[in-house]
Design a protein around this ligand. Structure first.
Ligand SMILES: [Zn+2]
Length: 98
């Protein structure tokens, strides 16, 4: 599990995601499937717990993504972050409009 503190923290992985452009498929507002280097789909989930933003990444066989397991950003989380921020902004805008 990764604790998201700043954009700088995942900057290198975002750069890598920009180059690799892995397929990102939104499942729910906080859940994404991201294609990994072996062609499978990793599950990325964003959580907001006790004021902390967390991100988890699981491989298709339900084992944790190695980087994520060590509290580091992986390219899958980085690839989903952009989608996640946009989705959260849309949800907030809808809540304000309602
Ligand atoms: Zn990962």
């Amino acid at each position: 599990m990764l604790i998201l503190k700043s954009a700088a923290q995942i900057k290198n992985q975002i750069e890598k995601a920009r180059q690799l452009k892995p397929l990102v498929r939104p499942v729910e507002p906080r859940r994404y499937l991201v294609r990994n280097s072996e062609g499978g789909m990793n599950r990325v989930q964003f959580l907001f717990v006790n004021g902390q933003r967390l991100a988890t990444c699981q491989r298709p066989d339900a084992t944790p993504c190695p980087a994520n397991q060590h509290g580091l950003a992986c390219v899958h989380v980085a690839a989903s972050v952009g989608h996640h921020i946009v989705t959260m902004m849309e949800l907030r805008a809808r809540a304000v409009a309602a």
